[in-house]
Ligand binder design. Structure first.
Ligand SMILES: [Zn+2]
Length: 517
């Protein structure tokens, strides 16, 4: 009988089938075994006792309201949502500029653009600064940055503190359209090369010392995606496709982090430098104004343990708070001269169901954009915005254009300008701006950097940098750039009072239009 069983081919077939099922099951079990244990917010304190790894995932050009994580009706960000569902999600976060270099300088220095001075084409971060990567390095971390945006290249000072800071070699160039085709320069490859390099890094990471890894994704900026994303064929749909594609890259990275058992000892921070406009206010792209579509960005923290459910913070926070918060969470020294705040007290209060400390209630947020970032020679033409008490005031600091005031709770699209009608409200927000300009000086000055031909070409590929033709269009008959002023200032705040009554609904012409279609 037994011999017959062994001789039967059926037996071997069943044995092999059982083995295959077991193997498959082990894979499934492996995926579903949580690498991170359940924890509570009180466990945050333990992060100060041990050296945890930090990953900073920065998705260029990602506006919060296009993420399913933030309530968007399309499923664009399921992996980020997974991470947020057991981590901390800041529902209302502001970026400090709508232009990459200014915004990134604000994130890394935890200071505002007009105060740190990194606002224009050739500006860079000076050596004397102590940036987060340097703080990590001093604390014994291995520090690696992977970026694909030329504005955060080493020659602008962004590589300070990184053991390795690389633009990964393009491994794959997708066939899908790239919107910014204004020159013969193209940004080659895709974010897949960032993900692949990051995963390769994980193979021997975290063994002898903790690591800090910065991943700067660019495909949302470039409208690049693979053929599994199919929300439609308009630019806006392509934008959603590219979010879904980059989210998949994030999912792949997080899976590999988990698989290596690293996620239980790693904090992962997700953020963006600015959003993207789709003609909501007469322009496309970014770096032209400071409305919600370009300044409201995501901010999510995944912890080395899983919270029972997402901790959602409703108070307004800002990108300048990111590093003060993370460094505080890990018990590392803060950034000297930081103007952002550690959000830890806000996180604890929210988790415990307590009223947040007063300093986080109705806290004004600020954004700044020198609209001449694309030119070395143009006069400054800054816009400044404050978000306060469910309102947003946007002020041109030279004497042209109009002051705008919106009720962003009721008028999410920022369509109805209340600047003339609501004078008390305008004065109230103006006071925030005056207070903002009274903040102590950061004590450092931006460096002025040479931009060589190769670098200029890379920036052209991003759709930045105006070519001669575009510049000529901006100049008046006398060859002078008609915009900007020698000394931008706050007196322009009174400008709203002198505007003609019917100016409210005029949308400014898109003088800086730099996309050719
Ligand atoms: Zn950017």
């Amino acid at each position: 009988m037994i011999q017959r069983i062994f001789r039967s081919p059926k037996t071997y077939f069943f044995l092999i089938a059982a083995l295959v099922i077991l193997l498959a099951l082990s894979q499934v079990v492996q995926i579903h075994i949580p690498a991170r244990s359940r924890g509570s917010i009180e466990d945050l304190a333990s992060l100060r006792e041990r050296k945890v790894n930090v990953v900073f995932v920065l998705v260029d050009t990602l506006r919060a309201d296009r993420l399913s994580t933030y309530g968007y009706e399309r499923l664009t960000s399921r992996y980020l949502t997974d991470a947020a569902s057991v981590g901390i999600l800041f529902r209302h976060n502001l970026s400090q500029s709508s232009w990459t270099k200014s915004s990134m300088a604000s994130i890394w220095t935890a200071t505002y653009p007009n105060l740190n001075g990194v606002t224009r084409f050739s500006d860079g971060l000076p050596e004397e600064l102590k940036l987060p990567a340097e703080i990590f390095k001093d604390a014994g971390y291995r520090t690696v940055g992977l970026y694909r945006n030329g504005w955060v290249a080493p020659n602008f000072g962004f590589s300070q503190g990184f053991d390795q800071y690389q633009n990964p070699i393009a491994s794959w160039t997708p066939e899908k359209i790239e919107k910014r085709t204004i020159s013969s320069y193209k940004l080659s490859g895709s974010d897949q090369s960032v993900t692949e390099s990051a995963i390769e890094f994980l193979n021997d990471a975290g063994k002898d010392k903790p690591f800090f890894l910065y991943l700067h994704y660019m495909d949302v900026h470039q409208y690049v995606f693979d053929d599994t994303s199919d929300f439609g064929v308009t630019f806006s749909d392509y934008y959603d496709n590219s979010i879904s594609w980059v989210d998949k890259n994030i999912g792949m990275f997080l899976y590999e982090l988990d698989k290596r058992g690293l996620s239980k000892n790693t904090v992962v921070v997700f953020a963006a430098d600015h959003g993207e406009a789709f003609m909501e206010h007469g322009t496309e792209g970014h770096a032209r104004n400071l409305y919600h579509e370009v300044t409201e960005t995501p901010f999510v923290i995944a912890l080395p343990f899983r919270l029972k459910e997402s901790l959602v913070i409703d108070e307004w926070v800002q990108n300048v708070d990111i590093w003060p918060t993370i460094l505080d969470m890990l018990g590392l020294p803060s950034i000297p001269g930081a103007q952002g705040k550690s959000l830890l007290p806000l996180i604890y209060a929210t988790a415990r169901g307590e009223t947040p400390p007063a300093e986080f209630l109705n806290r004004p947020g600020f954004a700044y954009l020198d609209r001449t970032w694309g030119s070395d020679r143009a006069k400054p033409d800054p816009l400044i915005a404050t978000t306060y008490d469910e309102h947003r005031l946007i002020v041109p600091m030279c004497f042209h254009g109009r002051t705008e005031l919106y009720d962003i709770a009721k008028d999410r699209g920022e369509k109805q300008n209340l600047a003339r009608r609501a004078s008390r409200l305008r004065e109230n927000l103006t006071e925030r701006l005056i207070g903002f300009f009274a903040l102590p000086d950061t004590g450092f000055a931006a460096t002025k950097n040479e931009v060589d031909t190769l670098m200029r070409g890379q920036l052209l590929a991003l759709g930045y940098v105006l070519d001669d033709h575009e510049r000529a269009k901006m100049r008046g008959p006398d060859g002078e750039d008609p915009r900007g002023c020698e000394k931008p200032s706050l007196p322009a705040l009174d400008h709203a009072a002198t505007e003609p009554e019917d100016s409210e609904d005029i949308i400014e012409p898109d003088v800086l239009k730099f996309y050719t279609k």
